[in-house]
Design a protein around this ligand. Sequence first.
Ligand code: HEC
Ligand code: HEC
Length: 377
Amino acid sequence: MSGPGALQLLAASTERSIAIVLMAIVVVGWAIYVFVNIRQAKVEVGSEVELAPNRGKMPDDEELEGRRLEKVQAFGVLMLLIMALVLPIYWMLEGGRRSGAEMAFSEAAENRGEALAAEQECTDCHGADLGGARFAPVVLDIGHQFSDKESYVISTTWEAPSLDDVFTRFDTDAETLDEVSEVRQILVYGRGVMPAWGLDGGGPLNDQEIDDLVAWLWRERISDEEAQERAKARLAIESAANPDRSEGAVLFDLHCARCHTPRWPGRGPAQLPNNGGLIEVKPGPDGAGRYGPSLNGVSLERLFPEIEDHISFISDGAADNVPFGEFARLGNYGMPGFGRVLDEDEIRAIAEYERGLDQESQAVVGFELLDEAGDDQ
Ligand code: HEC
Ligand code: HEC
């Protein structure tokens, strides 16, 4: 928690203690007053002839208009002063008190979100530190890829994206938690292999719980600089491991392939529960399309005749109901923006790489033609 934040909270709790002490004094004072009154009232019937206030000796005019009057006036001035001072002081502290309450409120939401995340196992898939790609265990129906007779289900691992930098890609304009909408949408309706979490998407969590998760993600977010540094470090490692791939291609693998290349997040060894065999999940041709559409020179030059428009689209991503490119297409929250993490040269290198992808070689053959007799063995 930041310094001023802690102070505000402290101010809020000091105010509360003062209020409690004041209340205690008032309650005890009243109790004493009532007690004394009851005791005086106990005096036997008829004694009011002597005890009633108007039966006693009254002060004369001299006394009433002298010191006594001054005392009453001084008391009035004192009360006025208290009001004149206390109200502005109360008003001055009101801001701190309110933001203190707000902070306590959002802190509670973040903590509830963290607990929910543990309960729903977000970190099992996205990593305990929410950074870097982890391997999420998933069961996938891969259809008839290995046999035309049997539909195969494989248990495999699927890369889940880092979440500590999710706000560098989605809701990139959001300056406060209230402005977050895309990440909320993803959580409510799920995404690809990740199930829906919100009730509206058929998941188990209500709006409040989704808001708590978003508050938690917002608290855990890293700065743009940290995200940039991490991206640079990964680029260096991947480039060294793939010396034959251009920088644009490696950047594409790191940031884009998970959504634009078939089976990319599931690449690697997988188990076939049907017969217990081990298979290798191979990604489809680069950019041939998965959650995001297929990307290749033909479609991209049609969509963005100017490469500059292509570059600025990658930088900003798609916004809800905002058309992009040559055609009036509607964005659907799907395409993130990368301008906060990748620099212009890097984005240009990716755009050039994408424009070089060949449409022909992207055609993924989904079916095999059986001969007349049907014996494909
Ligand atoms: C079974 C593993 C799994 C669990 C559990 C899981 N996720 Fe995911 N999540 C994924 C995968 C995989 C993706 C990428 C989906 C895709 O594109 O196919 C993803 C995507 C996301 C995204 C979008 C990020 C991006 O850049 O595309 C967010 C946000 C997210 N998850 C948050 C959460 C939260 C919050 C929880 C806990 C309530 C959670 N996830 C639980 C696997 C999981
Ligand atoms: C989280 C998934 C995801 C990631 C990661 C992603 N994209 Fe996309 N991308 C999409 C979706 C979904 C669309 C379609 C948006 C729409 O139609 O509203 C899209 C559309 C596009 C388009 C427009 C093409 C067309 O036909 O609409 C380009 C170009 C593009 N992405 C490039 C990239 C690049 C470059 C990267 C990596 C730097 C990348 N994408 C990373 C999901 C993703």
